[in-house]
Design a protein around this ligand. Structure first.
Ligand code: PEP
Length: 254
């Protein structure tokens, strides 16, 4: 059985003090969620205060990005090994990084490799743009992204990789994908990973949906046997995230 995941991508919100206050307000009910891994992804500057605030709970912590380099003269960057001092998780290839910072599949692959070499669990994001979907190119785009971002990873570490399907047009728009669309792409992703790494790895792979997930629609997605949780942006900045995490756990333990 694949343990479901409720992941909170705070993006560029909540500085150290706000992070501490927000976690203080939700740590009891969020920490009490059982049957799902709950992971917060604060901005880098807030990781330390979040790390302190979650002590004594089962809430996990991750960074929103990492450098592909192991260390050295890369001003403003953070290596996987540094992230691993506070976190077990990291996001690689979020569409905002692909879109605004020019991250390519090859760069995402290098970041994924760096994460795995530091014993982190990377959540690798893929997703098509609106024009791709409208041109019926969604499957082709996802195929290219999966092959490019997940190629040549060490077989013994691939089990730590999680994939998030996040259609770009659904992120922060209030327009979530349909369950059918998300399921179709999740099945495609699993098949592609199966081609690269074998059926056993593919069957164990956790695939999340992300894009305008709320407490009102999350169950629709996670009731699907093909989806193992959600990567949540906007709604993760509100106490509503507790309800989302509960709904994810409930759907998979029902
Ligand atoms: C995200 O940033 O990963 C995301 C899914 O955002 P939102 O939930 O706001 O669509």
């Amino acid at each position: 059985m694949r343990t479901p995941i409720a992941a909170a991508n705070w993006k560029m919100n909540f500085g150290p003090r706000q992070a501490e206050q927000f976690i203080a307000a939700i740590r009891e009910p969020l920490g009490a969620v059982s049957g799902a891994e709950v992971v917060l992804f604060p901005p880098f500057i807030s990781l330390d205060s979040a790390y302190r605030a979650i002590q004594g709970t089962a809430i996990g912590l991750g960074a929103q990005n990492l450098s592909e380099h192991p260390g050295g003269a890369f001003t403003g960057e953070t290596s996987a090994i540094m992230v691993a001092e506070l976190c077990r998780w990291v996001i690689a290839g979020h569409s905002e990084r692909r879109q605004y910072y020019g991250e390519t599949d090859e760069l995402v692959r290098q970041k994924t490799l760096a994460a795995l070499s530091a014993d982190l669990s990377p959540i690798v994001c893929v997703g098509e743009r609106l024009e791709d979907r409208e041109a019926n190119l969604a499957e082709r785009v996802i195929t290219t992204q999966i092959r490019g971002s997940l190629g040549g990873l060490p077989a013994e570490a691939i089990g730590r990789v999680v994939v998030a399907y996040e259609p770009v047009w659904a992120i922060g728009t209030g327009r979530a994908a349909t369950r059918q669309d998300a399921e179709d792409i999740a099945q495609l992703i699993r098949a592609l990973v199966g081609e690269q790494y074998g059926q056993g790895i593919a069957d164990a792979l956790r695939i999340l949906y992300g894009g305008s997930v709320t407490a009102a629609n999350v169950t629709e997605f996670v009731a699907s046997p093909h989806l193992d949780g959600a990567l949540v942006g906007t709604a993760s900045l509100r106490p509503e995230f507790v309800d989302i995490a509960r709904a994810i756990a409930a759907a998979k333990t029902a």
